[in-house]
Design a protein around this ligand. Structure first.
Ligand code: GAL
Length: 703
């Protein structure tokens, strides 16, 4: 093969300098295309022609073995490495590189039968049984032992193989099930809490257990949040439960990563795939992995297929998730990129990608920062739950339009070689943190506001072509993680800590503009409401005081605020702001009993300022707010295009700028290039009016 991928990986373990990414950033040297392959699903006679056809299509990497425990250890302590030995030899011969996986996502029947304690349980204690996947729990010492063993055996045996270039841990941690209620989890929860709180008094206070007589007098009385009457769950306990699941997932991943690291060849990477709830993906990536891989199924992004409620964005919602992925790992890979219709026999009835959509969706990933695209899967399985989860090839194994499109995508990808490792360019940053993400799950008031804003900020930014990064505030976050963004939105930091308030203050003082919305600073890290004037610890920074607040009443007409004669919507919730001395009022409520009160304020501190919006964010107001805050579009001098028509992204490397234009619609669209550019697919120099066909993509280098 041209330049060895292995060598690229060896030579390119480096960290980015320009933006201060505190997260790990593995760099690919070449744009690389792959697929997911299951040698165990096919007769061996097919292997050689499969690998040859892959190679001919431009596929140079495959991911294998994530569900194949029994192919290595068919019965307890009986090892047979011959199956994958034969397959890896063939890969070497056919010059296909391999990402080998640990098979812990599917414990074998001999194990679950002998040790049912390895199984996960429903909230009411009923065990999940063998017959699907992800039926195990992270905390069973028995399962951990078996996992340590199979990972060690696999890594020792296959790690040195020259075809292997990297390792995937498990498959999609927390996919299918992200809640754990087995006896092992119950016991581990108590240990987690004992380590965290040390005394029962501290735990009782942190959880507000005096409420409804929940006080514990012995550690053994504490269990995982279980079935309770009337949906009444202690929210503070629930918040710690999510932290506990995240910790359990992290430790399970780290256990495997540590083993792999001691046996895999120097330079081989360790990764995992997917992005699922109740995981601190940032910490997991930083402490366990070399690169994070996402599984991109755009038809999942906001419901399967076209849903009128999601128009006009539909599959563009997948870009929202990719913004999150980039926050974990700026130069990520796509381990599974949708290539066919999605469906299980028991759920999901998805449409096939229209001609052009397979390329469009893959380019959406590249446009956001992925330099490795691996299609799921080479060929649709003819048996099992996923017979309708279609791959590139169909059951008949003939060349088809999807394979032709994969080949065509590869031709395009090769022209994007200079884009490899380029950084995504943004107008602003969106702050998040796991305390608030998990509190949202435990608290529907928090959820209603924060999910509304999260979606609307994406929609508003997307429709007005204002690209953004997501930045998760973590324990070790510093000012340098923030100060490359002139404008930051922290929509609803309902939970606020003194450290975070200090960091935000430092950011504003050195010249940043911070936008925050309603309900900010309401709770402490345990999710307990602060007995402080709101916005609590942010009070001084925002220069506001909140003496009255309410959900936007469903019984009333929508409430607006008047911002210099423009009516701006004030969705979901209203903090009625009282400006403190030195704070300017930009907009006032135009309706309801608080008509005339402040709805949007501006407070200058040091060289920067804070804009405080009394409600959730809406897509209509977002561009106005960002403009006022000083966020600039990176596209202004490059292209004139309607955000409703196309998604635009920019990637930049060493002064070279690449513009992606993506048309998600089933109709032709037009736009105007304002400066000469080179169309990378064709090499032509172009400027002025351009057309993109239905589902078309174009990538330009700005000249
Ligand atoms: C992913 C998973 C794959 C396959 C695919 C289609 O979530 O990693 O193994 O199941 O979805 O359902």
């Amino acid at each position: 093969m041209e330049r060895s991928i292995k060598d690229s990986i060896l030579n390119n373990k480096q960290y980015l300098g320009e933006k201060n990414y505190s997260q790990k950033s593995f760099l690919w040297e070449n744009m690389t295309m792959g697929t997911c392959y299951y040698p165990e699903h096919w007769i061996e006679e097919l292997w050689a022609s499969d690998l040859e056809r892959m190679k001919a299509a431009g596929i140079s990497v495959i991911r294998i073995a994530e569900f194949a425990w029994s192919k290595i250890e068919p019965r307890e302590s009986e090892y047979d490495f011959s199956f994958f030995d034969r397959f890896l030899e063939l890969c070497l011969e056919k010059e296909i590189k391999v990402i080998f996986s640990t098979p812990t996502a599917t414990p074998p029947a001999w194990l679950t039968e002998a040790h049912p304690e390895v199984l996960n349980a429903r909230i009411d204690g009923v065990l999940y049984r063998h017959g699907s996947r992800k039926h195990y729990n992270y905390n069973s010492p028995v399962y951990q032992d078996y996992c340590r063993n199979i990972v060690t055996q696999s890594a020792m045996h296959y790690g040195p193989h020259p075809a292997v270039i990297g390792w995937q841990i498990d498959n999609e941690l927390n996919c299918e099930l992200r809640d754990f209620y087995s006896d092992a989890d119950d016991a581990a929860f108590r240990v987690f809490l004992q380590e965290k709180y040390e005394t029962l008094d501290a735990l009782n206070a942190a959880w507000g257990n005096v409420f409804w007589n929940q006080t514990y007098t012995d550690w053994k009385e504490i269990h995982l949040p279980g079935l309770t009457p009337g949906k009444g769950v202690n929210p503070h306990m629930q918040l710690d439960y999510y932290r506990f699941i995240a910790e359990s997932t992290f430790l399970f991943c780290k256990m495997q990563a540590d083993i792999l690291r001691s046996y895999c060849k120097p330079g081989d990477f360790i990764t995992t795939n997917g992005m699922f709830p109740h995981i601190d993906n940032h910490r997991m990536t930083k402490e366990c992995l070399d690169i994070y891989m996402f599984d991109s199924y755009p038809n999942f992004a906001f419901g399967l297929g076209s849903n009128p409620a999601n128009e006009p964005l539909n599959d563009r919602w997948n870009s929202k998730t990719q913004n999150e992925v980039r926050s974990i790992c700026p130069h990520y890979g796509i381990m599974e990129q949708q290539s066919g219709a999605g469906g299980w026999t028991t759920k999901m009835e998805g449409p096939a990608p229209r001609p052009g959509q397979l390329t469009l969706w893959a380019m959406q990933s590249v446009a956001h920062g992925a330099d490795f695209i691996s299609f799921f899967r080479w060929r649709t399985c003819t048996f099992g739950t996923e017979i309708y989860w279609h791959g590139i090839l169909d059951y008949d194994n003939r060349d088809n339009r999807k394979l032709r499109e994969v080949k065509d995508f590869y031709q395009k990808l090769q022209t994007l070689e200079p884009v490899c490792n380029a950084d995504y360019v943004t107008s602003f940053g969106l702050l998040k943190d796991y305390d608030n993400v998990w509190d949202m799950e435990a608290d529907i008031w928090h959820n209603r506001i924060a999910s509304y804003s999260d979606n609307e900020i994406f929609a508003g930014a997307e429709l007005s072509n204002l690209p953004y990064d997501v930045i998760y505030l973590q324990k070790d976050s510093t000012l340098s993680d923030l100060n490359s963004y002139p404008v930051l939105i922290y929509p609803h930091p309902v939970i606020m800590s003194q450290e975070r308030a200090d960091l935000l203050t430092a950011y504003v003082e050195q010249g940043g503009t911070l936008l925050i919305g309603c309900r900010s600073g309401l709770k402490n890290l345990n999710g307990i409401c602060e007995m402080l004037p709101q916005p609590g610890l942010l009070h001084e920074l925002t220069g506001t005081d909140i003496q009255d607040f309410t959900y936007a009443s469903p019984a009333e007409e929508a409430v607006y605020a008047d911002w210099n004669g423009t009516n701006i919507p004030m969705p979901v919730f209203h903090d009625i702001l009282t400006p403190l001395p030195g704070t300017d009022v930009l907009a006032r409520y135009a309706d309801s009993y608080y008509k005339g009160e402040a709805a949007l304020t501006e407070h200058r501190t040091g060289k920067g300022r804070v804009l405080h919006l009394g409600s959730a964010f809406s897509r209509d107001t977002l561009p106005m707010l960002l403009k006022y805050a000083g966020a600039v579009s990176p596209f202004t001098e490059l292209i004139e295009a309607d955000g409703k028509d196309v998604e635009l992204t920019l990637r930049r490397k060493n002064e070279r700028t690449f513009l992606f234009v993506l048309n998600f619609q089933a109709a032709e669209v037009s736009y105007t290039l304002l400066t000469p550019m080179r169309a990378l697919y064709t090499g032509e120099e172009v400027s002025g009016p351009q057309m993109l066909p239905a589902f078309g993509t174009a990538v330009y280098e700005v000249l």
